[in-house]
Design a protein around this ligand. Sequence first.
Ligand SMILES: [Zn+2]
Length: 370
Amino acid sequence: MSWSIKIGRVAGTDVKIHVTFLLLLIWVAMVYYSEGGINAAIDGVVFVLALFGCVLLHEFGHALMARAFGIPTPDITLLPIGGVARLQRMPDKPVQEILVALAGPAVNVVIAVVLFVWLGAWRDLAEIEHLPRPRLDMVPKLAVVNVWLVLFNMLPAFPMDGGRVLRAVLALFTSYATATQIAARIGQFMAFLFGLAGLLGNPMLLFIALFIYLAAAQEASYAQMKEIAQGLVVRDAMLTRFTVLDARATLQDVINVLLQSGQHEFPVIDERGTVVGMLTRDEVIAGYRNHGPDMPVSEVMHRNVPTIHVNAPLERALQQMQECACPALAAVDRYGRVVGLVSPERIGEMMMIHAVLPRGANISWHKAGA
Ligand SMILES: [Zn+2]
């Protein structure tokens, strides 16, 4: 996520805060300061930090459970509306997805129980000792907030945790795509309710509503892509008419090609035809602006281009694109020569064609293994 600052790394996961989170802290400090001076401001900020500490532990609950199933979590980002753990992929087995989704709220249950128990013990102690303990009055508040975090996250508003559990339970009875579609519809309906509640008073709910709505739509379209990809191989969905760039070409050469074609990603090959890099349209334009027309493409392209065999399942291509967050994959034959391009846009176009075809019609796409 851009506009995020890395603040540390725990158990192989980068912990980041989004800059808007800092704005939240400043806003809280200002509101409390205007009400009760500097002490109130410090109390307010400490409370928000403690609250987000609980949110962070919640996200680590997801991350550690996912890791138990062999799925790494590259980063966790704290936003003013909560935390986002970016798992490299979602578990395929519904039961694993349920466990990963429940691991987050379970952390808050544990925190709440520990705080309530400790609070009970502390009350007794305080009566004996009569010691002034500044800021301990926020402990009960924090315990209650953790209960709220559990309840809120368990609402069946996909893609929140409760929605994920719902999707996974539905997926036990129907296809993954249908389950996602139902869960996403319910999520978007809940987002609409949040939005209404937000309009009536709490502006934060408006942001949460928007976030849930967009995330639900994105998940639904990914699940749809996955369903269409089923049984297809990379060869079925790749773009075969495209321009490749010679590693010795200059940015001026690429600009000339850009002006004539609608291609977005350009594989770069060496003299043997092996892919050595990839350039996107935006990178060409940025490189041209910064380095001028005579710059060789090999200097601005990104290397380590993810490749996939033309006969690999299309589902694996989707998964690979999601994991590397790359604009396209180069489809290669067994000699490592690039023979096609796979991109989310390309698959999106395929979905549109698929949508207008009569049911059962399958143009010339051959099934995997056939
Ligand atoms: Zn969660």
